[in-house]
Design a protein around this ligand. Structure first.
Ligand code: GLN
Ligand code: ZN
Length: 761
């Protein structure tokens, strides 16, 4: 009975790769230094897996930046603007594509399926001259072999590569990416032949796009690609790896019909139908790589439950042909629980990071082979039982309150136009009111103060004093700039989710639970392990302190339940929507306390609402229904005169506009500066709906300072579509990452533009 790991985190247990990359980029260390750190990480991962007893160990799962960019390099598909002149692609060209250089910006980056990992989107047109330009896959295979580990080299499959690409500039409308298949397959063949020559006996093609809603034309491309590769692949065992969902019946049929393929990797955690698909039809003599250990979260596997699933599968595919695996690459989970010094033993016993998941996979494989490690299994069973019964997990009152929400609607009693009238009487704002999204620049000094307070190095009084001074500075600045609706600047927050998670019960925090987001950037999601409740107000003190400093309206600033959920590791012992409803109730209490404290404008950020959208269209409606419902729960209890804002970061809103309207916020601010056109339809719907809308009037992701004319011009363009009385004027997003030297003149010009237009209307 064998075991397999789909892929492994690259950053290292203490983010060694991050620091090596950043030091190299800053020219503080050499390419050799970076390569050394990377080689050490790879060898320790291979060693760890082989010591654990894993039979099929991946190579080429490592990447200096991103595995899709690695495939782009392998294929020599470098966009001409990077000036690459052929030969093996080196760090210069590679990192220019990833991060841009002095003269050329980076290639576009987008989310990898529904994870928080971002990949570099290949840009392909009819003129690309593909060539075999990065031997990384073969080099890493050989490197492992030299260390005594015979690995399974992993390549992104040719069809997924093309389906994840975008057409190059100029051919957007006309070009069919799949038409490039005959041009890239020859490169794949070169790589496959070299791997064979180097001694590989297995190869893994990741074809995760097979889990999406694909039409028959796209499915046909898989058949065509593997038909073409069949003779080159002969002599190798070929694994097609899928993950993140189950396959539709048609996609499954396509998969099991692929020529030259010996094994199928299927996700049994997220793939609700996977078990039934396999039971309904599994080709004789083929291997099933059964992904039963979840690569998307940090929970210890329920080994007994997995073992019984595996036994069901064994009855279908046969003992020799079943391989125990992870549901997807472990890239999406934290690295090693061993480095968690702050979590208590009880919570730790419920968790498994990548290193622990490797051990779980192997333990399951051994158990199937009749060598069950009884001690390991019973410790696991005890941990599962303690998680089920722990009073830290269950809070009856919260469970009851959340259950009572189901089925009801939770809407504010009055419609938005009437509410806006009532609010205007109270707030008395000019037309084209100006505001910002919340955070102001976070200086080093501010970070130091927060850090020292957390480490008990400064007293609470000193901390409060320092934060108050910062708020006063931000309030004074906004008054000086003559902004209409102020913010306190969020100086007390490290992160918009962590800040709330730390004050809510049911959340735990790691010290090293980092997950790669893109390149060297990592996030450390909170862990929601129990029923969520709010022991006491979380923001009221700071918001009312800020309000007391000004006669202008001060926005209370909250993170919404859907965003808190989507940016955390969520418990897997109840549906996501139940956890979301619980968070919504906690935020509702906060909203109502802010209102009682005299805060008349409250912004509830839902930056990550769209991120949680399921991969398959058939599941969209259900998600959007509970997500939007959760948002409405937070504020359905406020008076008409309390103005509820929400903010959403850039995403494709077109397909979810009705859900955004259904959130029933009074004012919606949206990141916009990168795509005016796309948002046009959103604006139009907004007109019908009547809520205030603030499409960002300048891009905060760049240090560039927009001129008054430029901003006025933008507002004018928006006014061509939107009614004057609903338009708000604000930047794109929070100003946390900018410097005051940029923020002051930019906001000054923004206010000047609004004032200029007011005189013209
Ligand atoms: N209020 C948050 C801020 O200004 C919003 C950030 C976000 O949307 N990502 O930082
Ligand atoms: Zn934003």
């Amino acid at each position: 009975m064998a075991s397999h790991i789909v892929g492994y985190p690259r950053m290292g247990p203490k983010r060694e790769l991050k620091f090596a990359l950043e030091s190299f980029w800053d020219k503080k260390s050499s390419a050799e230094d970076l390569q050394k750190v990377a080689a050490d990480l790879r060898s320790s991962i291979w060693k760890q897996m082989s010591d654990a007893g894993i039979k099929y160990i991946p190579s080429n799962a490592f990447s200096y930046y991103d595995q899709v960019l690695d495939a782009t390099s392998m294929l020599g598909a470098v966009p001409p603007r990077y000036g690459w002149s052929g030969g093996e692609i080196g760090f210069d060209t590679y990192f220019s594509m990833a991060r841009g250089n002095a003269s050329v910006p980076a290639m576009e980056m987008t989310k990898w399926f529904d994870t928080n990992y971002h990949f570099i989107v290949p840009e392909l047109g009819p003129d690309v001259n593909f060539s075999y330009a990065s031997h990384k896959a073969v080099d890493e295979y050989k490197e492992a072999k030299a260390l005594g580990v015979n690995t399974v080299p992993v390549l992104i499959g040719p069809v997924s590569y093309l389906l994840l690409s975008k057409p190059a500039k100029g051919v957007e409308k006309t070009f069919s990416l799949l038409s490039l298949l005959p041009k890239i397959l020859p490169i794949y063949k070169e790589v496959i032949s070299e791997l064979k020559a180097a001694g590989a006996s297995w190869i893994q093609f990741d074809e995760p796009t097979l889990v999406l809603d694909l039409d028959s034309h796209k499915l046909q491309a898989f058949t065509a690609a593997y038909d073409d590769l069949e003779s080159t692949l002969s002599g190798l065992n070929v694994l097609i790896e899928t993950y993140f969902a189950d396959l539709t019946a048609e996609a499954y049929k396509t998969l099991i019909g692929l020529k030259g393929v010996t094994a199928y990797g299927l996700d049994l955690v997220r793939g609700a139908q996977t078990l039934d698909l396999v039971k309904s039809n599994f080709p004789k003599g083929k291997f099933l790589f059964a992904g039963v250990v979840d690569g998307r979260n940090i929970w210890a596997n329920d080994l007994a439950a997995s073992l019984s699933t595996l036994k069901e599968l064994e009855a279908v595919v046969g003992k020799e042909n079943l391989v125990v695996s992870t549901s997807c690459s472990l890239l999406h989970t934290a690295v090693d629980l061993v480095n968690e010094t702050k979590l208590d033993d009880e919570i730790k016993s419920w968790l498994a990071f990548a290193a622990q998941k490797v051990v779980e996979v192997n333990a399951l494989a051994k158990a199937l082979a009749g060598q069950k490690d009884e001690a390991f299994f019973s410790a696991n069973a005890a941990a599962q039982a303690s998680r089920k019964s722990s009073p830290r997990v269950t809070n009856e009152a919260v469970q009851k309150a959340a259950a009572a929400l189901k089925g009801s609607d939770h809407r504010r009693a009055t419609n938005v136009s009437a509410r806006l009238d009532a609010q205007q009487k109270k707030l008395d704002l000019p037309i084209l009111p100006t505001t910002t999204i919340g955070s102001f620049p976070q200086t080093l000094e501010l970070r130091r103060v927060r850090r020292e307070f957390k480490a008990n190095k400064i007293s609470e009084d000193d901390y409060i004093k320092a934060i108050k001074e910062e708020i006063k500075k931000v309030v004074d600045l906004q008054e000086e700039l003559d902004i209409d609706v102020l913010v306190h600047g969020e100086p007390e927050r490290n992160d918009m989710v962590e800040y709330f998670g730390e004050q809510l019960s049911g959340f735990a925090f790691t010290v090293n639970g980092w997950v790669q987001s893109y390149g060297s950037r990592c996030v450390k999601p909170p862990i929601i392990y129990g029923d969520v409740s709010r022991p006491k107000p979380m923001t009221v003190f700071w918001s009312s302190t800020a309000q007391s400093m000004t006669a202008r309206p001060m926005k209370g600033m909250l993170t919404g339940p859907v965003t808190i959920l989507n940016w955390s590791f969520v418990r897997n012992d109840q549906p996501r929507f139940e956890t979301c409803y619980q968070i919504a109730l906690a935020i509702k209490d906060e909203v109502e306390d802010l209102e009682k404290a005299g805060i008349n404008v409250i912004q509830i950020d839902e930056a990550a609402l769209r991120e949680g959208l399921p991969l398959r269209k058939s599941e969209h409606a259900f998600y959007l229904k509970w997500a939007v419902h959760s948002f409405r729960i937070t504020n359905c209890g406020v008076q008409d005169t309390t103005q509820i804002h929400t903010h959403m970061c850039y995403s494709n809103f077109n397909d979810i506009i009705h859900s955004i309207i259904d959130m029933d916020a009074d004012v919606i601010t949206i990141e916009n500066s990168r795509s005016d056109e796309k948002l046009l339809s959103v604006f139009r719907e907004g007109v019908k709906y009547g809520a205030g809308i603030g499409p960002g009037v300048y891009d905060i992701h760049s240090p560039r300072i927009p001129s008054t004319e430029e901003i006025a011009d933008r507002i004018n363009k928006m006014l061509a579509v939107l009614e004057t009385n609903i338009l708000w004027v604000n930047p794109d997003c929070g100003l946390k990452t900018r410097k005051y030297a940029e923020v002051k003149p930019a906001l000054n010009n923004m206010v000047a533009a609004a004032k200029l237009l007011r005189t013209q209307l």
